[in-house]
Design a protein around this ligand. Structure first.
Ligand SMILES: [Mn+2]
Length: 459
């Protein structure tokens, strides 16, 4: 990895500082932190640049970018899966790819003089796989200039966004940098979103991971649960936050959550873990907890608010209120999506074993996956395959989930339904991809057939 970075930086340092660099990054939390780390580091060294984020590098995106009049393009948190296409369209450009995604096998040995490719997957060592796109960018700019070590905490937020373990491989080096530079401290606590900033009963109500049966998704369930435990939800003036609980109350709460989760198949006590807290942030800041920071960034990506995400990473305090507004509208969109589902439930193709939610343009393509995840965790659906569809420009976003205990590989099911999704991402229980807009009806017909035949097989 050191060699890859060294060779890359040799090529980077000869670039002309007066010509703007073109930065393209992914639109999730890891992508936003990747782009931000690079932007901050480059501005410190007085480079000029233009940056934007994309959902993925499909053919049209690559072709449009290739028409732009820049000499140097830097792709962060994406690019490795598209080496062949990048090579084809950016022949006369300087290309830097800083990524951690899978590399297309056919392109693995691809060797172009104009392409610098830095990806831990190029090195055949398992330990290197514990790193995010933001981590790769961080290691690169740390090599360029040691003072950039203070940006390490942003790389952790990227890794958290990609659900990575921070104690292993390259991540553990970055974590150490973040602690040593005084940016991050680790405390043990409940792994619940909104720990620092929201009312306790709201935190419990919105907790989907860990899921708390009878409490998650139900406000009255959450309030009753706290009553049973003898924990007051307000102190007479305002609602209490988790940080307001005393030690004894906190222990009761943790025990209560573990008890509620006893029926859950694995790790009922997997509710306590390391909290990564930003030392420079006030206790009630929405980005105090690195996981919450990462959630806010994800929301910025999904709501098409790249500049708010980058502003947060820059530490711009004036943008906080905008981010909070955005988080509110994000939650409202999710509630609207749920309402859309309940209002139209009778019109969707379905059986006891599956449902196909074709939302067309009623739900944002970046929200459909969240809706599917919420539905899949909703206990009352039983054992089912859930498929969601939402329009994205000239294609359709497909998002599939398993609810309950169905032991099949959803990626195989999707492949049976349609042969081509661009890239089919995800895993056995949750995956997604894109189909062409004019394949809408065909997809639903084929999905109904495939899922009906599976229904027979299951019984
Ligand atoms: Mn990533």
């Amino acid at each position: 990895m050191d060699n890859l970075i060294k060779n890359g930086s040799d090529k980077f340092l000869v670039l002309n500082k007066n010509k703007p660099l073109r930065i393209i990054t992914h639109n999730d939390a890891d992508g936003l932190t990747s782009g931000s780390i690079l932007i901050i580091a480059l501005s410190r060294d007085e480079y000029k640049f233009v940056a934007s984020n994309v959902k993925q590098l499909d053919d049209k995106t690559i072709e449009d970018l290739a028409k732009e009049d820049y000499e140097t393009f830097i792709f962060t948190d994406l690019g490795s899966g598209y080496l062949g296409k990048i090579k084809k369209h950016f022949k006369d450009k300087n290309i830097f790819i800083l990524d951690h995604h899978e590399i297309d096998k056919n392109d693995f040995a691809l060797d172009s003089q104009n392409i610098v490719h830095i990806n831990p997957k190029l090195i055949n060592e398992n330990d290197y796989n514990y790193v995010s796109g933001a981590g790769v960018v961080y290691l690169f700019i740390k090599f360029l200039n040691k003072r950039n070590v203070d940006l390490s905490y942003l790389a952790l937020i990227g890794a958290i966004g990609d659900l990575q373990c921070l104690n292993k491989g390259l991540n553990s080096i970055i974590l150490q940098d973040a602690i040593n530079s005084g940016k991050i401290e680790i405390k043990k606590g409940l792994k619940l979103f909104g720990y620092q900033s929201r009312a306790i009963h709201k935190v419990l109500q919105y907790s989907s991971d860990p899921f708390i049966p009878g409490v998650s998704g139900q406000e009255d369930g959450a309030v009753n649960f706290l009553n049973e435990l003898g924990i007051d939800i307000n102190n007479g003036k305002h609602y209490r936050k988790l940080t307001d609980l005393d030690k004894e109350e906190m222990q009761r709460l943790i025990a209560g959550i573990i008890m509620k989760r006893m029926g859950i198949e694995k790790d009922p006590d997997d509710v306590i873990g390391d909290l990564y807290l930003l030392k420079d942030e006030e206790d009630d800041s929405i980005i105090k907890d690195a996981r919450e920071f990462s959630t806010v960034l994800n929301c910025c990506g999904r709501m098409d608010a790249f500049s708010i995400g980058v502003g947060l990473c820059f530490g711009n305090k004036n943008i906080r209120s905008k981010a909070e507004e955005l988080l509110k509208s994000y939650r409202i969109e999710i509630i609207n999506a749920l309402n859309y589902y309940y209002d139209n439930i009778n019109d969707f193709p379905k059986s006891d074993c599956y449902i196909i939610i074709n939302a067309k343009d009623n739900i944002r393509d970046t929200i459909i996956g969240t809706l599917m995840t919420i539905l899949s965790k909703n206990n009352n659906l039983g054992n089912m395959v859930l498929i969601g569809m939402a329009y994205r420009e000239d294609s359709i976003k497909i998002s599939a989930r398993i609810s309950g205990k169905v032991d099949i590989d959803l990626r195989e099911v999707l492949m049976q339904i349609a042969p081509d999704y661009g890239t089919l991402g995800g895993h056995k229980q949750a995956c997604g991809g894109l189909i062409k807009r004019d394949e809408e009806k065909l997809f639903i017909d084929r999905a109904t057939k495939v899922l009906n035949s599976m229904e027979m097989a299951q019984r």
